[in-house]
Structure formats: C-alpha cells, structure tokens
Design a protein around this ligand. Structure first.
Ligand SMILES: *Cc1c(COP(=O)(O)O)cnc(C)c1O
Length: 400
C-alpha cells in the first residue's frame, strides 16, 4: 500500500526526516575555527578584516562590514542611510520580519508594496505610487536568490533620490546579468544563518561602494566608538578613544569570521549543487499542473536559497495546510516562506490591515518550500519528488 498517504496510515516516503535546509560543515571548516580558538583573538582580531575582504572580493564591491547577524546588518544599513522618525521606507511584505523591522528600529515607517506572483519579488511598477516626499529608501528582497530587475529599480530610485538597500539574505553567489548580486544597490545585506548560502552560525554583512555609508556602519556595529585620530575632537594619549554616535555591540567574532572565510571558498560548489537539484525538481514537476515553481528571469542566475512551489489550488481538493501536513507525514521537511510581514500581530497592532497587498496574501495561501541544501543527495531529491507527486495526485480534482 505504498500509495496510501502516510498521514492516513500509509507507509511514509522516507524513514528519516529530510530537513528543508541545513548547513554543510567540512573538516577544513572545523580546522579553521579551531585555529582561532588556539590563537590570540577570539573576537575583533585580524580575521574579521580578512573575512570582510573575502566577501567584498567575492561580490566585487569596495567595502564589506561584518555584523553579528543579518538582522543587525540591516539595522546598521538603515542607520547609515539616515532613516529616522517620519521617514518612510518601501519594503516587500513577502519576507522575513527582519526586512521591515530594521525600519522600525530607526523610528521610520514601513510602507509595504505588492509583489509579482511568478517571482515573489517586489513589483517595480507598483513602487512609484507609494513614493512621496517622506520616502527615503526602498528595501527589496532577492527572493530565493533571484533579484528583481536591478537596473530598472535603480533608475526609479535615482529619479526620486532614494537609497536602495537590497536584502540579499538569500543571494550570496547569485547572479544578475552575469555579475554577482550585490553590486547594483547602494547597500546589499547577506546573511550567514545556517540555512543561508554560507554560514557563520549567526552573522551578516553589508557590502557597498560608498565610503561614507561604510564608515558609519563600521562605527555603528561597535558602539559608535572610534580611535581614528582624524574623526576625534580631542586626544588625551594612546589609550584615548571617543564615542561619536550611538552604536551597538553588533560585532561578528573571529571564530565566526574564520568559519566564513572557509565557507566562502565552498560557495561555488554549494551553488552548483543547489542548481543541479533545482533543475532536477523543475524537470520532474514540468508536467504537473497542480503546482508551479518560481519563474527564473532571463537576467538571473539564482543560487536558490530555497525552492518554493505555488500550489494551483483551483485544481486541488485540499488546501495548503492539508498538503503541507501530508508532506510532513511523508518525512519531507517542508516550510512556508513567507507570511506577509504586515499580517504578523505586532504589525497588525500598528494598524496595517488585511488586503494591503492582495497578491502577497493570495500567494501566501498557495506556497510550500521543499527541501534544498548542498549536502542533499539525488536519492533525497527523488524522495521529495515522489512524495510531492503522491500527495498531489491524491488531492487532485478529477472532474473532467
Ligand atoms: C534570514 C533572513 C534575514 C535575517 O538574517 P539573520 O542573519 O537571521 O538575522 C533577513 N531577511 C531575509 C529575507 C532572510 O531570509
């Protein structure tokens, strides 16, 4: 009775649970961290700068600033952009809360703008109607690794004199028009949380070509304190430092930076593996009309942080929750990316209402994220495909 769904007492597709994402740690990664533990600096030593240089050179920007998390990095970037009370920032609702929280940290107002269904990225054509004299910045997300049309977005932003902070948490190693993502926006954030393209356990970075923004973020992530004689107003001697703005302790450690340096060497290999699994999934799902994978635009070569399918609910008898639970019962680690941010209770309290971004809300009802990570093997991928086909064929409408 292989075809009976596990959720109804049938045999599960797999014996062991396959997570939706997972870090890949090699012997070299372990050695890199151990070396730091045996050395002089556990934090704020020379390894941080080496990691920042490795990220900047991987992306092709002048500067990179390491932070203790991607969320801290977004906060630093919003601060550097000068966001403060009364300022408005346009942001996608189809993201993790941190994309919008960074606006609120600075006292600004998050203005949510709707997405394109096929890519789940901000719809550039809908942004302009949200712009007014209070608007200071736009925060798009490179959803799953694919950016929106950055040239078109930057033209719009420049026309209105707006800063663009790309939330590239999913996108280290992804490409836009053949070049690494992270070169076009004023600032781009990459996250190093364990499920992201590379990991430092927790960690994030902002890359930029703008020296002024770079300098502000450097100060911000370490209390706003400087020892740079050129920035100081006084000098009592070699011990002396000054705090010149209100910063935080958002520093990455040398332990983490060493892991990051080791991981970034493996990025190309990680992305090849992710793309190989994605092309296998795409082929396997091509003839199913009960689901639709994300569309990859011609300008994009995504690193595929996640693989999201949209259920074609009009062709199914079950809803997303039933299908999600059925896949879980088959031991397939599924997830949902994302609930529109403004529907979270904290945002609802602030006065955001249902119906604000109808496409995001509609898409939310249909999405499921399937397992995808570099150390998955082809048998794992086959299990995912078989489980999806098994579950969807059970729920498929047969009314013709
Ligand atoms: C993971 C993630 C973040 C936050 O990064 P952390 O490093 O976990 O703080 C922000 N935005 C998006 C889109 C993310 O996926």
């Amino acid at each position: 009775m292989k075809d009976k769904l596990a959720i109804f007492g049938g045999q599960a597709q797999r014996e062991t649970y396959l997570p939706y994402g997972r870090q890949s740690i090699s012997k070299e990664d372990e050695e890199a961290v151990l070396n730091i533990m045996r050395g002089d600096y556990l934090t704020t030593g020379p390894t941080i700068e080496r990691f920042e240089e490795a990220v900047a050179s991987c992306v092709g920007t002048d500067y990179a600033v390491a932070f203790s998390s991607g969320t801290a990095a977004l906060h630093g970037a919003a601060f550097a952009a000068g966001i403060q009370a009364e300022d408005e920032v346009i942001v996608t609702p189809m993201s993790f809360a941190a994309s919008a929280n960074c606006i609120l940290y600075c006292g600004g107002k998050a203005v949510f703008s709707d997405i394109c269904k096929e890519t789940m990225n901000l719809d550039i054509d809908k942004i302009e109607e949200k712009i007014n004299h209070k608007t200071k910045m736009i925060i798009p997300v490179a959803f799953a690794g694919q950016t929106l049309d950055m040239d078109k977005l930057m033209t719009l932003a420049n026309k209105h004199n707006l800063t663009v902070l790309l939330d590239g948490a999913h996108a280290l190693g992804s490409k836009y028009k053949g070049e690494p993502v992270g070169r076009k926006a004023d600032m781009t954030m990459f996250s190093f949380h364990p499920v992201k393209p590379i990991t430092t356990a927790e960690g994030g970075v902002i890359v930029t070509n703008n020296y002024e923004l770079y300098q502000k973020m450097k100060l911000f992530c370490s209390h706003g304190i400087t020892r740079d004689r050129e920035l100081m107003t006084d000098d009592h001697g070699p011990w002396y430092y000054e705090q010149i703005l209100l910063g935080y302790n958002y520093r990455l450690t040398d332990l983490q930076a060493a892991l990051g340096i080791s991981q970034i060497k493996r990025l190309d290999e990680f992305i090849l593996k992710r793309r190989a699994i994605v092309s296998y999934y795409n082929k396997a799902f091509k003839n199913l009309d009960t689901l639709q994978p994300l569309l990859e635009k011609e300008y994009s070569e995504s690193g595929y942080h996640i693989y999201v399918i949209q259920l074609q609910l009009d062709k199914l008898n079950g809803n997303r929750k039933e299908i999600f639970q059925a896949l879980q019962a088959e031991n397939i680690g599924v997830n949902v990316h994302y609930l529109p941010i403004y529907l979270l209770p904290y945002y609802r309290e602030l006065g955001y209402e249902k119906g604000l971004c109808p496409i995001s809300e509609e898409v939310y009802k249909s999405i499921i994220t399937l397992p995808l990570y570099p150390d998955m093997n082809m048998d794992d991928a086959k299990d995912v495909v078989s489980a999806v086909k098994k579950v969807l064929s059970y729920y498929e409408k047969n009314d013709e």
